[in-house]
Design a protein around this ligand. Structure first.
Ligand code: NAP
Length: 202
């Protein structure tokens, strides 16, 4: 039997979704203060807007809004039985750097990386992300600072985390809808799943 034309209107609506651990406002502001002098020295890099700094745990891409409840269930499953944990920005690194994959410069995490990788793996299983999509790169916990960056920018990122930034407590993971347009994307918080002992206030 012919299924007829593809569904139109709201049934074909797609939201660009991802799950991330947010950074507290004070930490984003502190990173911004340290990164700002670098921006004018590397105006060609695409710098992540301060308000958008976050640690990505799973990128879902274009998703039917009707799938949000299942995604939230997966987030709750992933945090179940896990406690809030301490994290601190530490180290810097990069992805890419070739002609086809422009260099992405990021800051790392220690402590906190192991707990975030555990959460990522749990989410991948509960969201049904196939093993072939679980690349090692995606398991590298990273705070993207700039894209299309020059190689020396990574060295300079290492310098700006001396003295070390204060630690904070990761107490929730958030589901975001990303609105792309001209200028920086706008991230809309849809839901959050709180780790044991946390209040998830961000
Ligand atoms: P996005 O594309 O909606 O992505 C949201 C998050 O999901 C990103 O943090 C990214 O993590 C991750 N992600 C995106 N695509 C992915 C993929 N194919 N596989 C795995 N993870 C993926 O929003 P965005 O990355 O913030 O920005 C989108 C575009 O806007 C970029 O080209 C960017 O250069 C441009 N833009 C961004 C800003 C900003 O402040 N963010 C400012 C101006 C322009 P990662 O952090 O690991 O990449």
């Amino acid at each position: 039997m012919d299924d007829g034309p593809a569904p139109r209107g709201p049934r074909t609506e797609r939201w660009r979704l991802f799950i991330a651990a947010p950074l507290p406002d004070w930490l984003r502001e502190e990173i911004d203060a340290r990164v700002t002098p670098m921006r004018s020295a590397s105006p060609h890099a695409r710098w992540v807007h301060t308000a958008n700094l976050h640690l990505t745990l799973a990128f879902l891409g274009d998703t039917h809004p009707g799938d949000v409840p299942q995604i939230v269930d997966a987030m709750r499953g992933a945090v179940s039985g896990r406690g809030a944990f301490e994290a601190r920005i530490a180290g810097a690194g990069s992805f890419g750097g070739g002609r086809r994959r422009p260099l992405v410069a990021w800051l790392g995490l220690e402590p906190g990386a192991r707990e975030l990788v555990d959460l990522m793996r749990s989410l991948q299983v509960l969201l049904g992300i196939p093993p072939e999509e679980r690349s090692r790169r995606r398991e590298q916990v990273h705070l993207t600072i700039a894209r299309d960056a020059a190689p020396d920018l990574v060295e300079r990122l290492r310098e700006i985390i001396v003295p070390p930034l204060p630690a904070w407590v990761v107490d929730a993971i958030w589901l975001y809808r990303s609105h792309l347009g001209s200028g920086p994307p706008r991230y809309e918080e849809l839901e959050r799943a709180v780790l044991a002992g946390g209040d998830g206030d961000g």
